[in-house]
Design a protein around this ligand. Structure first.
Ligand code: NI
Length: 141
């Protein structure tokens, strides 16, 4: 870890008060740690957006009704086609109708986005979201 640097920031008082409320609710011990996390997140997102070739880690969460016609078969086919990007799949039968599926992913950003999009657009998938991050060795600070 490199040397700590202190710097001053000019900001509207009401904006800072709202931010302090938010980070206190989130459980941050101090403002500095919250701002460090904001900066790290911005740097990670910049790297993830920069090129589809960046090696990344991710999770895809999907919610669907398991009665949807052909959906399970289509999902399985897509996942087999991308088996090299899928580390693990957790499937939960959360109610009589609903399935919650969480895929742990690893690979190039472009590959993970394509895989996720091909699942998210399937008829019957009610909601879903891909979260991407970087291996910890690639995260500054
Ligand atoms: Ni299920």
């Amino acid at each position: 870890m490199s040397e700590l640097v202190r710097f001053g920031v000019s900001i509207e008082q009401d904006l800072l008060e709202k931010y302090d409320e938010l980070i206190t609710e989130s459980g941050y011990a101090n403002r500095s740690e919250a701002i460090r996390d904001l900066i790290r997140e911005a740097l990670i997102q910049e790297k993830l957006d920069a090129e589809g070739e960046t090696e990344s880690l991710g999770s895809l969460t999907l919610v669907y009704d398991h009665h949807a016609r052909n959906l399970s078969g289509e999902m399985a086919e897509i996942q087999h086609d991308h088996h090299h990007n899928i580390i693990s799949v957790m499937h939960l039968h959360v109610s009589h109708d609903d399935c919650l599926e969480i895929l742990a992913l690893k690979g190039k950003v472009g590959e993970l986005v394509n895989l996720s999009n091909s699942l998210l657009i399937l008829k019957g998938i009610k909601n879903g979201k891909l979260y991407l991050t970087l291996p910890s060795s690639k995260i500054v600070g």
